[in-house]
Structures are given as structure tokens and as C-alpha cells.
Design a binder for this molecule. Structure first.
Ligand code: 9UX
Length: 72
């Protein structure tokens, strides 16, 4: 089972920032894939909803030092 969401990620100013956010998200257990786009300031995250919640992903972005924003 997997679900894909998009999160806004503010505060990234270089490619290392987006790589850092991506790495942080991929380390969360239950996350199957994460791609962070620096230009659009968005993260696309595929995860197992039985293992991790969207809220936990938002917190992961915040803990990494960036400003999460939920989509829609
Ligand atoms: Mo780039 Mo982001 O040097 O914190 S890694 S600005």
C-alpha cells in the first residue's frame, strides 16, 4: 500500500538544501521515495500510510530546518 503527497518546502536556497530534505525524508521508515524540487519548492513523497502519517513528514521537513507547507 502506498500513497503519494506533495508538500511545500520553503527556505531552500541551494541544491544541497533540497538534497538534505530529500535525504531526511527517505530516512523516515515507511517512506518509499522522496523527490524534492528546489525550483518549485515542493517535495513529492511516496509512503506507506500504515507506517507514517503526512503530519510526520511535515515534521521531518521542519526538523531538517526548512519551512513545510501542506498542499491544497
Ligand atoms: Mo546551501 Mo541550504 O549552501 O541550508 S545547503 S543554502
Amino acid at each position: 500500500m502506498s500513497q503519494t503527497i506533495e508538500l511545500g518546502v520553503g527556505g531552500m536556497t541551494c541544491a544541497n538544501c533540497s538534497a538534505r530534505v530529500e535525504r531526511s525524508l527517505k530516512r523516515v521508515s515507511g517512506v518509499q521515495d522522496a523527490a524534492v524540487n528546489l525550483a518549485t519548492e515542493r517535495a513529492t513523497v511516496t509512503f506507506d500510510p500504515a507506517q507514517v502519517t503526512p503530519q510526520a513528514l511535515v515534521e521531518t521537513v521542519r526538523d531538517a530546518g526548512y519551512e513545510p507547507a501542506t498542499a491544497e
